[in-house]
Write a protein that binds this ligand. Structure first.
Ligand code: TRP
Ligand code: SF4
Length: 330
């Protein structure tokens, strides 16, 4: 069976963008493939090296969120990156063969460095530059065939393929398969200000957010700015609220909104109320599931909860490292 692998960084609470942009797809894939999903805590360290106090807490919360979303220990291998020592080992080996220019050229490197630089975060550390090498190690360590990621990670996947090719070339062996990205096709969920949903923009809807707070956020959410009065016609296709309708509302509702918005037959508040009905239902359902799961696991260590996936991942990784060590004649 083909191997699917993906990871997520435990840098904070999860928002609905994480759910609809990634985890929902992971859940779908776990019935079709041999899946490895991990908490990328080493990767969290690349940007959060100064304050590591919450990484462990967020890792646990993340796994509980995975369960509440429908990921199951019986179907998926869930594990923590840093608890499998072979990720760091392959990272070291691959870092020996990766040209620095590949890393400096990486668009996510340049972008994040300048974005986070603006909020005072210094990212001229070696580990951050090496982020894609660590990610390549995560993927190649399992010879994953498919890697479900958002479009923002496509460059990293390309770099992983380059690295695999480069290694195979240097050592004249077919050690690594070239992994394929599975770009999540879900429509995007922007933040409430219309920009990309992100913790640092303070525009996210959190999966564990209080429902009254969500209501307030949606009712003040940015709409088509040309629609100043109720009588102004609007354009749903440039309105961030409509992006949410694409995810949450029925065909019938969407058609009603397109017509109502373009011809000024419904107001933005009515439009948002239709969305709220679905969104609040989704969130209260999720939060209820999460509460039950979180209670059930209250007295367990995270390591014990996911020990089965952790072991399986380590076993598989060890086999790969044995091959790699042999190929590089160590
Ligand atoms: N870089 C990914 C992100 O920020 C997280 C990640 C780390 C990952 N290692 C991975 C994703 C391996 C897929 C495969 O979203
Ligand atoms: Fe946006 Fe809905 Fe208002 Fe149209 S009616 S501008 S889609 S919020």
């Amino acid at each position: 069976m083909s191997i699917v692998l993906s990871g997520m960084r435990p840098t904070g609470r999860l928002h609905i963008g994480h759910y609809f942009g990634a985890i929902q797809n992971w859940v779908y894939l776990q019935d079709k493939y041999e899946c490895y999903y991990f908490v990328a805590d080493w990767h969290a360290l690349t940007t959060n090296y100064e304050d590591t106090s919450n990484i462990k807490k967020y890792s646990r919360e993340m796994v509980i969120d995975f369960f509440a979303s429908g990921l199951s220990l019986d179907k998926s291998n869930i594990f923590i990156q840093s608890k499998n020592p072979y990720h760091a080992e392959l990272f070291l080996i691959l870092s020996m063969i990766t040209p620095i220019s590949w890393l400096e050229r990486c668009p996510t490197y340049k972008e994040m460095k300048s974005e986070l630089g603006k909020v005072g975060k210094q990212l001229s550390n070696f580990g951050f530059l090496g982020y894609p090498v660590l990610m390549a190690s995560d993927i190649l360590l399992y010879n994953a065939e498919y890697v479900p990621v958002g479009i923002d990670q496509q460059a990293h996947l390309e770099l992983t393929r380059e690295t695999a090719r480069h290694f195979n070339n240097i050592f004249e062996d077919d050690v690594f398969n070239l992994p394929q990205p599975l770009i999540t096709k879900n429509p995007k969920l922007p933040g409430i200000d219309g920009r990309k949903m992100s913790k640092s923009y303070n525009n996210a809807i959190w999966l564990d957010e209080d429902l009254d707070s969500v209501k307030k956020k949606i009712l003040t959410m940015k709409t088509d700015t040309n629609r100043k009065r109720r009588t102004d016609p609007g354009n749903p296709f440039i309105c961030p609220v409509f992006d949410y309708h694409r995810v949450f509302s029925t065909e019938e509702e969407k058609n009603l909104i397109i017509d109502g918005c373009k011809n000024a037959k419904i107001g933005c508040i009515d439009c948002k109320k239709i969305l709220l009905k679905h969104l609040l239902e989704f969130l209260s359902d999720f939060q209820e599931k999460r509460r039950v799961i979180s209670n059930n696991y209250r007295d367990f260590d995270l390591d014990d909860i996911i020990s089965k996936g952790q072991e399986k991942a380590c076993d598989r990784a060890r086999k790969m490292i044995d091959i790699v060590r042999k190929v590089i004649k160590f």
